[in-house]
Design a binder for this molecule. Structure first.
Ligand SMILES: NC(=O)C1=CN([C@@H]2O[C@H](COP(=O)(O)OP(=O)(O)OC[C@H]3O[C@@H](n4cnc5c(N)ncnc54)[C@H](OP(=O)(O)O)[C@@H]3O)[C@@H](O)[C@H]2O)C=CC1
Ligand SMILES: Cc1cn([C@H]2C[C@H](O)[C@@H](COP(=O)(O)OP(=O)(O)O[C@H]3O[C@@H](C)C(=O)[C@@H](O)[C@H]3O)O2)c(=O)[nH]c1=O
Ligand SMILES: [Mg+2]
Length: 297
């Protein structure tokens, strides 16, 4: 199977390249060949790559910066994502589009299901919601996978930020009143490949639409930071004391949902896919990061 994925060095695209193994071919299409902000670049790039399935993983992901770059966020996450889906439909191949927990406002006192009303708090979430709508309008057979709190050995993410901060600080204040489901991009890659295999092998037996897909188990950002330092200390890496603080004590340009938890049972029922427990995956990623850093030194 030829999996064509948007983006070049992002966490999910890099994880797909690593996890596809010898079994599937993964072709990563990034700028300048495929630029989501340049709609005319998308069709020729996707056509030339001859996909069996398209994974739409590239996005404008700078949550705070998006507040002052609304146009760029909407061009990339809204119109760009819609064009990727339109071309996939024209090429008669399935599209798997990655979206986010930030489409919700976080006021629900329980994990969100797919049919819950969306109400993004910031520009990033609004632009990703516009993308979901554009993708579904352009490709009626699209599968949208909403994930959350993504970390990996690659790119920029909260886990790597915590390890970097611990190099120079003994204590860190981390918000304890936003809860969600930390998700390893490597686990996302395994799940996306499984969904892609089903879509390509048994298209008529698959359910399409929106699915939630996060790591199993929940926690706050402070819990995630603590898990990072536990794993880091065990592997001989840096650690810091985590002080759980309130959202009000960590002001940011973009508001974030207090409850980001996503209920993922529908994906398991439709595709038999369930992601591992987040603590186990965090420990694996942190151990790898520490080991790679030692080897590089
Ligand atoms: N990170 C997270 O915590 C979460 C992410 N998501 C979603 O998951 C998906 C993957 O995220 P993740 O891998 O973490 O993203 P990253 O922030 O790691 O990488 C973003 C990717 O998008 C690419 N990109 C950005 N702008 C453009 C553009 N104009 N044209 C083409 N490519 C572009 C980047 O390109 P380049 O390789 O050139 O830098 C990069 O490959 C996204 O859709 C995101 O919205 C959902 C929930 C949580
Ligand atoms: C670095 C840092 C962050 N925080 C807080 C700020 C924020 O509330 C929370 C997470 O901060 P970040 O900016 O790393 O995370 P953020 O960029 O909001 O992460 C989001 O990215 C997008 C792309 C998504 O789709 C979401 O699912 C989510 O993963 O932690 C602290 O409390 N202390 C700290 O030292
Ligand atoms: Mg960030």
């Amino acid at each position: 199977m030829r999996i064509v994925v948007t983006g070049q060095a992002g966490q999910v695209v890099t994880s797909l390249l690593e996890r596809a193994g010898g079994e599937h071919e993964v072709i990563a299409l990034g700028r300048p060949t495929l630029d989501l902000a340049d709609l005319a670049s998308i069709e020729p790039a996707l056509r030339a790559a001859r996909p069996d399935v398209v994974v739409s993983a590239a996005a404008y992901t700078a949550v705070d910066k998006a507040e002052s770059e609304r146009e760029a966020a909407f061009a990339i996450n809204g119109a760009g994502a819609g064009e990727v889906a339109r071309v996939a439909h024209e090429l008669l191949v399935p599209v798997i589009h990655i979206s986010t927990d930030y489409v919700f406002d976080g006021t629900k006192p329980a994990p969100y299901v797919e049919s819950d009303p969306v109400a993004p708090l910031g520009v990033y979430g609004e632009s990703k919601l516009a993308g979901e709508q554009a993708v579904l309008a352009a490709h009626p057979g699209a599968v949208i996978l909403r994930t959350a709190w993504v970390y990996s050995p690659f790119g920029a993410n909260f886990v790597k930020t915590m390890l970097r901060l611990a190099e120079s600080r003994d204590e860190l204040g981390v918000v304890g009143d936003q809860i969600g489901n930390p998700t390893s991009a490597l686990d996302i890659a395994d799940a996306v490949i499984a969904v892609a295999e089903a879509l390509v092998a048994h298209p008529s037996e698959t359910t399409r639409g929106v699915f939630h897909m996060t790591g199993s188990g929940e926690g706050s950002w402070a819990d995630l930071a603590k898990a990072v330092f536990e794993a880091s200390a065990a592997a001989g890496g840096p650690s810091a004391k985590v002080n759980a603080i309130g959202t009000k004590d960590y002001p940011t340009p973009a508001a974030r949902p207090a409850n980001s938890r996503l209920e993922c049972g529908a994906l398991e029922r439709a595709y038999g896919v369930r992601l591992p427990d987040w603590r186990q995956s965090v420990a694996q990623v942190v151990a790898r990061l520490i080991k790679e850093k030692e080897q590089a030194a």
